[in-house]
Design a protein around this ligand. Structure first.
Ligand SMILES: CC(C)(COP(=O)(O)OP(=O)(O)OC[C@H]1O[C@@H](n2cnc3c(N)ncnc32)[C@H](O)[C@@H]1OP(=O)(O)O)[C@@H](O)C(=O)NCCC(=O)NCCS
Length: 151
């Protein structure tokens, strides 16, 4: 099975809203919704041969505030049950990582039960304030740091 990742289009919004754990996805900005208008990258994974959508993610830019640097928030990642454990989430996250080489990516409201999955997908656990590294109290953040310049 092939997996192709592309930008989400307005025509995808209905499918995205029907395939989520409760998010509403809209084209234009809307209170309480994830919108394409506000997305930094909204991505769809599809099977190019069948033309079938297999998963999606939504990310947005958190601008710098005062001394706090900006970062990219991974807001939602969803793969319907029938397409799980096939590398769909990995394809989506890998594409986001490539598109965002120079900024931190932070998982928004990450599911603690999927702790190991986030590590497998390339995120690192940053302990919360006062949390001893290695205890994994899960109060911290899941982040993908900016990619270091190699030269
Ligand atoms: C979490 C989720 C996105 C994973 O999607 P997926 O396409 O099945 O993930 P992948 O196939 O790319 O798997 C990536 C890695 O995680 C592992 N993995 C995936 N789901 C797992 C699970 N439930 N338990 C343990 N490991 C899991 C895979 O084996 C793979 O590891 P590997 O590289 O060592 O083989 C999907 O299960 C999902 O949409 N769940 C419901 C929504 C959700 O919880 N979203 C995240 C909160 S925003």
């Amino acid at each position: 099975m092939k997996i192709r990742v592309r930008d989400a289009h307005p025509a995808d919004v209905k499918w995205m809203s029907e395939n989520t754990e409760g998010w509403t996805v809209t084209v234009e900005k809307q209170e309480g919704a994830a919108s394409l208008a506000e997305a930094l990258h909204a991505l769809i994974a599809e099977d190019p041969d069948q033309g079938v959508c297999m998963g999606w993610l939504h990310s947005s830019l958190q601008r710098a505030v005062g001394d706090e640097p900006g970062y990219v928030r991974l807001y939602e990642l969803y793969v319907p049950p029938e397409f799980r454990r096939m590398g769909v989430a990995r394809a989506l996250v890998d594409e986001l990582f490539v598109r965002v080489p120079d900024q931190e990516i932070v998982l928004s409201a990450w599911d603690r039960e999927l702790y190991e999955v986030w590590l497998k997908l390339g995120f690192s656990y940053v302990p919360g304030f006062g949390e001893v590294s290695g205890e994994c109290g899960y109060y911290g953040d899941m982040v993908r740091p900016p990619v270091e310049a190699t030269s």
